[in-house]
Design a protein around this ligand. Sequence first.
Ligand code: HEC
Ligand code: HEC
Length: 372
Amino acid sequence: MELRQQEMAINRSAIKLFVKKKYLLTAILFLSFFFISYIYPSTEKKLTKPSEELSLLGRYLFYDTRLSYNQTKSCASCHDPSLAFSDGYRTAVGADGYAVRRNTPSLLNVRYRGSFTWGDSGIHRFDRQLFFPFFNQHPKELGWENEQAVGARIKNIPGYVALFNTVFPKHKTPISIKNIFYAITAFEKTIVSHASRYDAYLEGNESILTADEKAGMRLFFSRKLNCGTCHVWDPKNKLIPSRFENTGLYNLDMTGDYPRSDQGLYEITKNDFDKGKFRVPSLRNVLLTAPYTHDGSVSTVTEMIDIYARGGRKIEVGEHIGDGSQNPYKSKLIKGFSISKEEKENLISFLNCLTDTGYLKNKKLLFVALNK
Ligand code: HEC
Ligand code: HEC
C-alpha cells in the first residue's frame, strides 16, 4: 500500500515536471518564433493584406513608362488591362522594339499561381520574377543595366520621392529596388477577379450556363478530350497548380526537339524528358488572350483544338518542319480524338464562360498617372 502511494507520488511529480517542461518548451518555441519573425519579417506574409498606399504606389509604377530605361515601356505595355493584362502579340515587344522570345501571360489572379513563367518551375516569389523584366538584356524588356540606375530615375521624380517617403517612413533609403519590388508586388496581388459565368456556376448557380455550354463543359472534362485533366484549378482555394507538359507542338528532325530558342522546362533541368514541357496555362479569359502558347504560334482557339484533335501539330514548311504528334516526350494524355463541328462550337462556348471582365469595374486596377 505504502509502496503504491509512493509510486503515485512519484508519478504525480513526474507529470508535474513534464507539464512544466512542456510549458517551458512551448514558451521557448513561441518566443523564438516571435524573435525570428521580428528579425526576418516575411515579405510574403506581410503582403497578405497590402495597405492601400502601398498597392497604389505599385499601381503608379506599373503604369509608368519611366520605369523603362528609355521611357518607352511600362509593365502595362505588355500587361494591358483591356486584354486581361496580356498584350495581344505573338511574343512580347521590349523597350528597344525587339521581340522577347515568349508570349505574355495574363496577370489576372497571378497571385494564385503555383509558379511563375512558362518554363521554370522554381520561381514562386514576385520579387524573384521582377528581376527578369527589369534587368533582362537580350532582348531588353524594361532594359535596366543595374539597380542604381532604376533608383536614380525614381529619385529624380518628385512625386515618387514624396510617395516613397509616405509609404516607407522609417526607412533610411525609402527608394530602393527592394521597396520598388515590394510596392509592385502589392499591386500585382490585387489583380484578382472571380466573376466569370463559370465561377457563378461553381458557386451553385447551375442555370447560368446554357445547354450548349454545359455540353461543352462535359466535353472539356471528358476522358476523350482530357482538357480538364491538365487545365485545372482548385475552385475552393482559387489556386492554379503548376504542371508542365509537352503538347506536341514541335518535333524537329523527329528527335523530340522544340526550336533551340526555347525548349521549356528542359532549359532548367537539362533532363531530356523535360524537352518541350511548358507550364499549363490558365484558361481564364482565354478568348481575350490570343495568340496562344509559349511562343504565340497558335492564332485561335479553334486552331488549338484542331491541334489537340490531331494529337499534336504537324508543320509542313519552313525551318520547324516536323510532326509533333510523334514527339517522344509528348504527354500520354494527348492522343487525338474526333470531334464534330457542333461539339467544337460547344467546347468554345464553354471556354467563353471563363471570360471574366468584372475586374474592369475595379478602378483600383486601371490606369493611373503620376505626372510630376
Ligand atoms: C516587354 C514586355 C514585358 C514587360 C515590359 C513586362 N512583362 Fe511581365 N511578362 C512578359 C513575358 C513575355 C512573360 C513570360 C516570361 C516567361 O515565361 O519567361 C512575363 C511574365 C510575367 C509574370 C509571370 C506571370 C505568370 O503567369 O507566370 C509576372 C508576374 C509579370 N510578368 C509581371 C510583370 C511586371 C510587374 C512588369 C513590370 C515591372 C512586367 N511584367 C513587365 C512580358 C513583359
Ligand atoms: C497534357 C496536358 C494538356 C491537355 C490534355 C490539354 N492541354 Fe491545353 N495546354 C497544355 C499546355 C502545356 C499548354 C501550353 C503549351 C505550350 O505553350 O507549349 C496548353 C495550351 C492551351 C491553350 C492556349 C492557352 C494560352 O493561354 O496560350 C488552350 C486554349 C488550350 N490549351 C486548350 C485546351 C483544350 C480545349 C484541351 C482539350 C481538348 C486541352 N487544352 C488539353 C496542356 C494540356
